[in-house]
Ligand binder design. Structure first.
Ligand SMILES: [Zn+2]
Length: 351
């Protein structure tokens, strides 16, 4: 009788997808069966998934690819709300000819490159001469909300305000500013797309992010290696970390990214796992873009190799979760497909 690997429950079991379902549906994806009980999934594990897809680079990636996930709601914009209680992503770049930075979002890929678009905003100069770009969402249509926004960012009355809005909004932002800050602001038209490959803003992620990475890597390994069950005592450390948190550095470390464009021609996630008789580990890389600089690659220390006494032959697996291009996607019912890649692309774990 199979038991849940996280608790001794006899089920019912949850059908676990290695990659969170909100990152899309993939052809050839096999779920982990009879491994994780519904209780553990609903209580803890599924919330790690939602944290993961709404934080960090994945949040941006989902917006770019328009991945809707199971809920079929559009992904929310991480530039507007901030993923999961974290501050909104601030992507700053300097418009041509300006002596201050403005806020951008990335919502388009053109010829394999990110294209930034300016957000509606006010850029406010404080009494020390520092500029503060402040995003103004569609909901800020009242002078009180706008004043509150500015005051939360800048001490004292602003000495200058540059306001950016597009033609379509019929100038409501400028009208608001006229009432309150007349004579102290300049209205500007938002430029069309002009900033290619803008710097990716600092993204803050919480500890759940690394637990989610550990979970994805561990479950990926369990799916590949049929000779382990996941409940071995060698894996009790990582199971505890996934379930309850703890010292993330012990389980998840970052590694140098692969070389630019090393192994893909489409947006993808790359997973690999292996055992060498001494230890078991996995490499994961999320949200890689073709031709872009590869994202951070993480090494996940899964545990000691449970087969170390018998000296099992070393073994390794690697897969690319490749997103379909627009034309391909229409022909299929999936967002992408899983393709095996040579495991040597993904080095064996350190022992
Ligand atoms: Zn359980």
């Amino acid at each position: 009788m199979a038991l849940c690997i996280y608790c001794p429950s006899e089920g019912p079991f949850h059908k676990e997808h290695v990659l969170p379902a909100n990152l899309g549906g993939f052809k050839n994806a096999e779920p982990l069966l009879n491994c994780i009980c519904q209780n553990c999934n609903n209580r803890t594990l599924s919330s790690l998934d939602s944290y993961f897809v709404e934080s960090g680079p994945q949040a941006m990636f989902r917006c770019l690819l328009g991945i809707k996930g199971r809920a079929k709601k559009g992904p929310h914009s991480p530039y507007e709300y901030g993923p999961r209680g974290e501050p909104a992503i601030k992507l700053r770049a300097r418009p041509k000819g300006a002596d201050f930075e403005c806020l951008y979002c990335i919502d388009e890929i053109r010829d394999g490159k990110f294209v930034g678009r300016m957000l509606r905003q006010v850029v406010v100069k404080d009494k020390e001469g520092q500029w503060h770009p402040i995003y103004v969402s569609e909901r800020v249509r009242h002078i009180g909300s706008l004043r509150g926004l500015i005051e939360s960012e800048v001490d004292g009355p602003p000495t200058d305000i540059q306001a950016f809005d597009d033609e379509d909004s019929e100038g409501w932002l400028f009208e608001l500013l006229k009432k309150e800050y007349a004579g102290n602001f300049t209205s500007r038209q938002m430029p069309a797309h002009e900033t290619e490959n803008p710097p990716i803003g600092d993204m803050v992620v919480g500890p759940e992010y690394f637990r989610a990475i550990a979970k994805i890597a561990f479950h990926y390994y369990l799916l590949q290696d049929n000779s382990v069950g996941g409940d071995e005592r060698e894996f009790s450390g990582i199971r505890d970390f996934i379930l309850k948190g703890g010292d993330a550095d012990r389980f998840v470390t970052s590694d140098l990214p692969l070389q630019k464009g090393a192994c893909f021609g489409d947006p993808c996630h790359l997973f690999g796992a292996g055992r060498n008789g001494q230890s078991v580990g996995a490499w994961v890389m999320f949200s890689a873009m073709p031709d872009g600089d590869n994202p951070q690659r993480y090494y996940v220390n899964i545990g000691k190799d449970p087969g170390h006494i018998i000296r099992l032959r070393s073994n390794a697996w690697a897969h690319r979760y490749r997103y379909y291009s627009a034309g391909e996607g229409e022909k299929n019912n999936y967002d992408g497909e899983i393709v095996p890649v040579p495991a040597k692309l993904v080095r064996m774990p350190r022992s």
